[in-house]
Design a protein around this ligand. Structure first.
Ligand code: AMP
Ligand code: MG
Length: 520
């Protein structure tokens, strides 16, 4: 295997917990604890991402070596690795939860490639000082979901942590999937994730909660220098740098959520410990893809009561989470006023970018509020598949006498495809046609422009579940096929047409397809 060069700036520059053994504990005056991944009995490679590997300079042949499997299962450290778990806190479902930390994530080290660096992180590689009452492990089903979705999101153009590899460990892991008193032994797995940085809002919150302001400054300066170098010169950092940095975090978060809304992604657990400081999608747990366009939908059964993290609420939660980050960095800025202004600006920035994105989803040059209001009314009139709807819309000829017929394939229920719906659709389509005309949109170019904003292939919840069912039976073909399909989500792929179909009826209520818990 090609040698990887590590440049571990996080552990070199930030203070470590002095305790070395691996028992659960609260720490102070430190950002991380060194910890070794647990040894596993029978590691086996399920899949790897050639694109993620290429970022490290690794070839497909490298990814099929024993050395790669050893490293990605946690059994064999590579020279230069410095494994550690980091300490963060967070607000979970709106409440401050205190110290959380990497309970089952172990950072291996930062691979230096040209002017970039990639932190490699194993998820599910055994307990750490932050595992609290849990085991530090991950099961195959949630690991398949994380692996596939990370790479799918990248190819969709959505900011995300990457997934390099997925291995099974040969160990059994006990989980009570629905928290209903029926624990079962499931296959254990480890995903190797990659990002420039896995720092979360919760890292800053933890330091402020502990009252460690000197360390807060040291850590923030480190993060800005390492991940936002364009914001700082060689001088000591001051209030202006912190403010422009917070502003950039707000903007990246707004962009991230615009993308989620564009593709119909619901994260499911937008706790502040699951918010990346880089504005990447991080921690794929009980996430889901909107099928029926229902702004109130959440895949996460653990959140079924309040639906705090439902599709339509994600922008507001993004802002709430940024407010917690603002509170955490207040000691560095002193005056809350400019932070408050940036938080208010977030709503406007988000709205403007979302309107711009909606215009591109419809192939328009400019946003049209009235047209959009009517579109949302139409999308909720009948059970309508968001992804299929936009792809069909791109392809219908608006000059036809009955253009609404072209949308037939987006509806889930025959009984709802009636005169009422058709009248509604026709009226919206004629409004749409007029708007396109008044904006001078070239009908020849409309479809291509729309198809670049509206994916044909997303990781539908039931597709992930089918891949999991096979993988649990030892067959990894579908995991790899989906990885391949999702590489070109905007292209027509006639050989893979079946993966663009509406969710089948059996998946409507099946656990794993429409309902997921935090158990993973
Ligand atoms: P999550 O809701 O998955 O983002 O996890 C919240 C916190 O619980 C984080 O600190 C995780 O590292 C930790 N955690 C989740 N699952 C486990 C597990 N199986 N073992 C140890 N810690 C875990
Ligand atoms: Mg998490």
């Amino acid at each position: 295997m090609q040698t990887l060069t590590f440049d571990n700036q996080f552990t070199a520059q930030l203070p470590a917990d002095p305790v070395e053994d691996n028992h659960r504990r609260q720490i102070s005056q430190a950002l991380y604890s060194r910890v070794q991944p647990a040894e596993v009995s029978a590691p086996s490679l399920v899949a790897y991402s050639p694109e993620a590997a290429a970022l490290l300079g690794l070839s497909p042949a490298d990814c099929e070596t024993e050395a790669f499997l050893g490293a990605m299962s946690g059994n064999q450290l590579l020279p230069g690795m410095d494994p550690h778990a980091t300490c963060y806190g967070g607000h979970q479902f709106g409440n401050w939860a205190g110290q959380l930390g990497d309970g089952r994530a172990i950072n291996l080290g930062e691979v230096a490639v040209a002017d970039q660096h990639w932190m490699l992180q194993l998820k599910g590689a055994g307990p750490t000082p932050y595992s609290r009452s849990a085991d530090g492990l991950a099961v195959l089903r949630s690991s398949v979901r994380e692996f596939l979705c990370s790479e799918a999101m990248f190819h969709l153009g959505v900011p995300t942590t990457r997934a390099l590899s997925l291995v099974t460990t040969g160990e059994g892991v006990v989980r009570d999937m629905l928290y209903d008193g029926n624990p079962e032994t499931e296959p254990g797995a480890v995903v190797c994730r990659m990002s420039s940085s896995f720092v979360r809002f919760g890292h800053f919150q933890m330091l402020t909660a502990r009252g460690e302001e000197t360390l807060l400054k040291q850590f923030t300066d480190f993060v800005i220098r390492r991940e936002f170098p364009h914001l700082c010169g060689s001088d000591e950092m001051d209030r202006e740098v912190y403010l422009s940095w917070f502003n950039e975090v707000c903007e990246r978060t707004a962009d991230l959520i615009v993308h989620w809304m564009r593709v119909g992604f619901v994260h499911g657990v937008m706790n502040t410990d699951n918010m990346s400081i880089l504005g990447e999608t991080i921690d794929y747990g009980p996430y889901g893809w909107l099928e029926d366009f229902d702004p109130n939908w959440t895949p996460n059964t653990t959140d079924a009561g309040n639906r705090r993290y439902r599709y339509g609420q994600q922008p507001a939660i993004g802002q709430w989470n940024l407010m917690q980050l603002a509170n955490a960095i207040l000691p560095l800025v002193g005056d809350p006023k400019p932070l408050e202004e940036m938080l208010s600006a977030f709503a406007k920035v988000y709205q403007t970018r979302w309107e711009h994105m909606l215009a591109s989803k419809l192939g328009l040059k400019n946003h049209d509020a009235a047209l959009l209001d009517e579109l949302f009314a139409l999308l909720t009139h009948a059970e309508t598949d968001m992804t299929v709807f936009f792809r069909l819309l791109a392809n219908i000829n608006l000059e036809d006498t009955q253009p609404h017929v072209g949308l037939r394939g987006a509806y889930y229920r025959d009984d709802q495809y009636n005169d009422d719906l058709n009248t509604h659709t026709q009226s919206w389509l004629s409004q749409y046609r007029q708007t396109l005309q008044s904006q001078g949109v070239d009908p020849q170019q409309r479809a291509a422009a729309m198809n670049a904003a509206n994916p044909k292939y997303v990781l539908r919840n039931y597709l992930a579940q089918l891949a999991i069912d096979d993988a649990e039976a030892g067959d990894y073909a579908l995991v790899n096929t989906l990885l391949d399909v999702l590489r070109r989500p905007y292209d027509e792929q006639p050989e893979y047409e079946q993966y663009a179909a509406l969710r089948p009826e059996w998946a409507r209520t099946r656990v794993g397809c429409s309902m997921l818990s935090c158990s993973s």
